[in-house]
Ligand binder design. Sequence first.
Ligand code: FCB
Length: 477
Amino acid sequence: MSNPASPPAVGVVDDRPPLTFPPGFLWGAATAAYQIEGAAAEGGRTPSIWDTFSHTPGRVVEGHTGDVACDHYHRLGPDVALMAELGLKSYRFSVSWPRVQPGGTGPANAEGLDFYRRLVDELLGHGIEPWLTLYHWDLPQPLEDVGGWPARDTAARFADYATLVADALGDRVRYWTTLNEPWCSAFLGYGSGVHAPGRSDGADAVRAGHHLMLGHGLAVQALRAARPTAEVGVTVNLYPVTPASEAPADVDAARRIDGLANRFFLDPLLRGSYPADLMADLAKVTDFGHVRDGDLATISTPLDVVGVNYYSRHVVAAPDPDAEPEPYWRAPSCWPGSEDVRFVTRGVPVTDMNWEIDAPGLVETLRRVHEEYTDLPLYVTENGSAFVDEVVDGQVDDADRLAYFDAHLRAAHEAIEAGVPLRGYFAWSLMDNFEWAWGYTKRFGMVHVDYDSQVRIPKSSARWYAEVIRRNGLAAQ
Ligand code: FCB
């Protein structure tokens, strides 16, 4: 398919003037502990909810688990060397809570912390800025056994864990993210149950969302106490939500889903309140009795940066009693109280996840956060796409992924021109990895991983991205 927005093929000389990003723009790539580390039972690590979930038959496609994953735990040196070869300025990784604090309570596990010390030292040795995420979904199983995120105490446990990590790594890590995508933890983990721990109760999902944010606020305070110079933020996954038509009922459906997907988190974190319309929508699910005085002040503890993960857009329509049910709105649902809203497909190109490709949505999303919520520096902490890759003669020519990155980086640049203080971009993902409920069947990496041999092959997109980083920009259209 010819695509006028595509960049020239790799290796083809391109002399169009570059689209330049601001000086010091932080070019990175991201991963998460459970998705790449493996070594699930080594070095004192104990199970997280994702170990339990992935080992439960029927939960993950083909019964895949993160037991071995990309074996990054044993390949840290070569993996960082690869990052350096690509010229990454920063690497966003997550710390496995049950590796550094087995069971989720008590003292730190020195062996677990040593792994991250070595990783950070290796990164710094190659001039790569470490960007540490404390929680990318791997709650220690014993904390789930006593209630998980719907239980208030989990928030306090998270702050204790944050202190342990800050004490160990605060001298060498500048950028800290508390939570990755609390929407997924709360609404996929406790609402639809398609993610660990696989529970499905709307009220629990709402409680989980609140306690995740409370844990975030307490962790921000703990990080600041341990390391006053740390740059602290949170990462939310945001979607523009568009009504399928201008009909008032469709517009209202969009308002509801926007409330649950975006404003449920943005408002408490950045304004210190829950939106009134969202609370009204959720009235039949919960009375918000779990919210205590002072919680919202803790949740909105000032931040230094905000991370945005962007993948796609939601287009929604009003409930239609005659329509075929779609997977999204079959109960149990990740949209408590709004299960009957319909998610509409527009027939535009999709990725291998079936997610619509919508680069303008990134401009909209970044502008919204900046214009409606905050002047803080923003970072795209994840953006990327799954496509089916083929290894041919030891090469992977992932033109579709490369075009996705290209289009979204152009969108990021457009947002900057519109006044958004966007300071960096992290591609998801550095390498193919365990894609949660999809196991290893979906590939998001710029680097191909052969899961039998653990051989890594940088795809065309990785080579192209290295060139983007080198020139701090893109070829103009
Ligand atoms: C995000 C997750 C990340 C990865 C991408 C595809 O929701 O943060 O771990 O799975 O989606």
